[in-house]
Design a protein around this ligand. Structure first.
Ligand SMILES: Cc1cc2nc3c(=O)[nH]c(=O)nc-3n(C[C@H](O)[C@H](O)[C@H](O)COP(=O)(O)OP(=O)(O)OC[C@H]3O[C@@H](n4cnc5c(N)ncnc54)[C@H](O)[C@@H]3O)c2cc1C
Length: 284
């Protein structure tokens, strides 16, 4: 389908990009990989007067790894994450999740900033951001600010981002070497959005788990943490009994809506199974 008409700009600095967005007061949209925005234009879900292409903003492309953690520039593509051998140790949960994002062609263009800004409740990257307590650095006409992932996602395709703001970085806290983790999702076909997915990690000492973080995608209007499942895991040995209790707790703590892909009841059962499988991977 033909796209609606729009003006196009391709700024070379972040300041210029922000000025363009600000000058159009909500009628302009940033363009990153185009893998969500272009379909939305085609379906007339979005019809901006101006597209501000971010592709020349090289400062949005680095992947930085330090003692403080992993910082992903907003224009880092899924492909860049999978190709960066350092991330297997620096953030294995991130890599495990990105392996499930879409298909080969889409992974070559889609970006972490685009995914975070798009805020699909079933998308992997927002789920990882919430599970890992990431922070999201943004810059707009009023300056720069940093938003906790838990506050950033406010509903399906709704975020804390102002119309003149662009995401510059996603910062994931440091990942201890011996941390245990698992990522599991279920979709009808490989590469489709998940009907439900679980991302989790915990630390272990003396045979007991602590610092459990259990995140879920596809079961609500935004990515969420499952506090009740986390409470089951903390201070316990992750054995068959704990895994069964965490599965039940995960299922009981969500109330997903039904849609054309699956009923709410199915997703409710599915998230329990995803937590069970992810926990089994972590324990192994
Ligand atoms: C067939 C298909 C299957 C897919 N499957 C999956 C999947 O399984 N899992 C998954 O997570 N995703 C999936 N996607 C989406 C894909 O990962 C997209 O790449 C991603 O959601 C958006 O990234 P993008 O770089 O393409 O952003 P764009 O499409 O360019 O932009 C998306 C939105 O973000 C805004 N935006 C982009 N960058 C910024 C920025 N730096 N600051 C502020 N706003 C910004 C845009 O204005 C727009 O509103 C799929 C897409 C397709 C077409």
């Amino acid at each position: 389908m033909k796209l609606p008409p729009f003006e196009y700009a391709c700024p070379t600095t972040i300041a210029e990009a922000v000025a363009l967005l600000a000058a159009h007061g909500g009628e302009a949209k940033a363009l990153a990989g185009g893998q969500s925005l272009v379909p939305m234009l085609a379906f007339r879900v979005a019809s901006p007067a101006l597209i501000v292409d971010l592709r020349k903003l090289e400062e949005l492309r680095p992947i930085k790894i330090s003692r403080d953690g992993v910082t992903l520039g907003a224009m880092v593509r899924w492909r860049d994450i999978l190709d960066d051998a350092r991330l297997a140790a620096a953030h294995p949960l991130l890599v495990a999740a990105v392996e499930h994002v879409a298909h080969y062609q889409i992974r070559n263009r889609g970006t972490v900033g685009g995914s975070i800004a798009h805020a699909d409740p079933a998308a992997e990257m927002p789920g990882i951001a919430v599970t890992c307590e990431a922070t999201i650095a943004v810059v707009g006409k009023s300056g720069a600010r940093v938003i906790a992932a838990a506050d950033f996602f406010q509903g399906p395709l709704i975020t804390a981002l102002e119309p003149d703001e662009i995401i510059t970085e996603i910062r994931l806290p440091a990942w201890p070497v011996k941390r245990r983790f698992g990522f599991q999702e279920f979709s009808r076909r490989r590469g489709d959005f998940a009907m439900a997915g679980a991302a989790l990690f915990y630390d272990e000492a003396g045979g007991k788990a602590s610092n459990a973080h259990v995140g879920a995608i596809g079961v609500g209007d935004r990515p969420i943490r499952l506090a009740v499942a986390e409470a089951v895991i903390n201070d316990s040995a992750v054995d068959e009994a704990t895994i069964a209790k965490a599965e039940a707790a995960a299922s009981a703590s969500v109330d997903p809506p039904s849609d054309i892909h699956a009923s709410g009841a199915y997703r409710k059962a599915l998230i329990g199974v995803m937590v069970e499988r992810a926990l089994r991977d972590a324990a192994a």
